[in-house]
Write a protein that binds this ligand. Structure first.
Ligand code: B12
Length: 486
């Protein structure tokens, strides 16, 4: 497997980008498949065995699948247990498979906490196999101070798939293992010290004012209606035009630099990638592989302190739901509720909620392609679906602004929309201004989501399928993104 080692090294040096690594892996897989018939069983012995799983309550597939492809094409026997995997299932699989390592993945902060619980369950079951953890919301600090603290065996944090491969390689190589363990332990001890120091620091001091200076007298736009609007099949081609290229090409496919500029400079790599993405999008459109489903609704509301009160449109004296948001402890002292008219104003304001998805069928099809060795296509489908879901959110948000009577100036371009150049703000539960993921349940009730579109909430309050976005839209002209925890 020297070939893929080479690929790995190049990738680490930023010479190969994700899309190219996947293509190399495809070629490698095809070659190995061909050669296997001429090989003795012992020639194909794996470098090691790794169980991979996305933790309980979490549907994150794309990151874990990338890790699977990279590991298996570097000689590892990978047992991918899928998504939403309970600790008991993992423990059973560990006893049966006797892996060298267990890789845990998760997208959200809540999943990082689930990793702590999983480590505790492993410990109670007497499991000590090394754990490799990764995912967008996870940090080395959390891994060292919270997960490793609950476990008897080693816990390694991987910032990306290639880092995960490197850690696995060092673990399975007995000559490198002692050094890896020593370094991991030293890093962990240092991290625990730093974390202790940080915890002692005061968290930000309130300055005596209870509310921000956000204006309370801006004229209120009128919601067109309070009906439930269901989008059974949104215009996919238009939705694709709202995909943020820096996310799709940069984050998911690994292209460095601005796509438009690279295309203008006739950069060969950018041109190839652009062609691959366009071909996949055309195929999706022709075969109707993805379905854009959404639901949105304006609702009457008012605020009281940090509460956002949602009323029944049929009877505005009847409270339907209350959301409570955190307020910044210092500085501007912003809180999302400040963007809404207060109860004592005598006026009724409005907010909009929505849920969109592009995820139906994606997991099964991308898995099918992955198993057939079509790694790039499998990854492209997932990446287009998840960034398409964000594009769909952008599209619905623009429609909401239009219908609310606060349209963007006519000269506004899509790149400007993607840079939030519009009136108001769209936040999602789990974001720093409204971190409470459990509020997803209230939103789902208000829109009757599960009955109307193919999206469900997991027991971690995540949406299944993965390529889904929920949001809360405010119209206030001063509304902006902020963190409520600093
Ligand atoms: C793209 C994105 C999305 C996309 C797709 C998500 C996805 N599947 O990746 C969409 C638009 C669908 C989305 C939706 C949501 N998102 Co989002 N999203 C992001 C964003 C911007 C990037 C994530 C990313 O890079 N994904 C690409 C994959 C490939 O990367 P990855 O998962 O990190 O995996 C790599 C490594 O981490 C590592 N890795 C991962 N697992 C493992 C395992 C092992 C063993 C190893 C070795 C390595 C490894 O290798 C992978 C490849 O290199 C992050 C912010 C950020 N900068 O990280 C927010 C972020 C993760 N999202 C967030 C939130 C809140 C959400 C939503 C809940 C919002 C909402 N209410 O709609 C939803 C949840 C979706 C759902 N189904 O429930 C928060 C999470 C914070 C929290 N409170 O938990 C973040 C951090 C943004 C923020 N700052 O608030 N999101």
């Amino acid at each position: 497997m020297a070939g893929m080692d080479e690929v790995g090294r190049l990738f680490n040096n930023n010479e190969l980008i994700v899309a190219e690594v996947l293509q190399s892996a495809e070629a490698m897989k095809a070659a190995v498949r061909h050669l296997e018939q001429f090989m003795e069983k012992s020639d194909t012995a794996a470098r090691g065995k790794i169980i991979l799983a996305t933790v309980k309550g979490d549907v994150h597939d794309i990151g874990k699948n990338l890790v699977e492809i990279i590991l298996s094409n570097n000689g590892y026997n990978v047992v991918n247990l899928g998504i939403k995997v309970q600790p008991e299932t993992l423990i059973e699989a560990i006893r049966k498979e006797r892996p060298d390592m267990v890789g845990l993945s998760g997208l959200l902060v809540k999943s990082a906490q689930q990793m702590v619980i999983t480590a505790q369950d492993f410990k109670s079951a007497g499991v000590t196999v090394p754990i490799l953890v990764g995912g967008a919301a996870l940090t080395k600090r959390f891994t060292d101070t919270k997960i490793a603290a609950e476990y008897t065996g080693p816990v390694f944090y991987a910032k990306d798939a290639m880092n995960g491969l490197d850690l696995a390689n060092r673990w399975v190589d007995e000559s490198q293992r002692p050094e890896l363990l020593k370094k991991t332990e030293a890093d962990r001890a240092a991290m625990v010290k730093i974390a202790e120091g940080m915890e002692k620091k005061p968290q930000g001091v309130a300055d005596g004012r209870s509310r921000s200076n956000v204006r309370r007298d801006v004229p209120l736009p009128k919601a067109p209606d309070f009906d439930l609007h269901q989008i059974e099949e949104g215009p996919l081609r238009e939705i694709f035009s709202f995909i943020n290229p820096s996310m799709l090409y940069g984050k998911h496919l690994g292209l460095k630099g601005n796509l438009e500029r690279l295309l203008a400079e006739k950069d060969e790599r950018a041109e190839k990638l652009y062609a691959a993405v366009t071909a996949m999008q055309e195929e999706i459109l022709a075969k109707r592989t993805l379905k854009a489903q959404g639901i949105y609704r304006y609702l009457p509301c008012r605020s009281r302190g940090e509460d956002l009160l949602i009323y029944d449109p049929a009877d505005p004296t009847r409270l339907l739901e209350t959301f409570t948001f955190p307020r910044q402890p210092a500085g501007e002292r912003l809180c999302l509720s400040d963007y809404v008219r207060e109860t004592d104003s005598g006026e009724i304001d409005s907010v909009a909620f929505f849920v969109v998805t592009l995820g139906r069928g994606v997991r099964a099809l991308s898995q099918q392609w992955k198993e057939a060795g079509e790694y790039l296509r499998s990854h492209l489908l997932q990446a287009i679906a998840i960034e398409g879901a964000e594009g769909f959110a952008e599209w619905v948000h623009r429609k909401i602004r239009n219908d609310w009577g606060i349209p963007d100036p006519p000269e506004t371009t899509i790149p400007e929309v993607l840079k939030n150049k519009y009136r108001g703000v769209r936040v999602s539960f789990g974001y720093p201004a409204c971190p409470n993921m459990a509020d997803q349940r209230k939103l789902f009730r208000l829109l009757d989501v599960t009955a109307k579109i193919d999206v469900e909430l997991t027991d971690g309050d995540m949406m299944d399928p993965e390529a889904s976005v929920s949001a809360l839209v405010f119209h206030h002209p001063e509304a902006k993104y902020f963190r409520a925890d600093t």
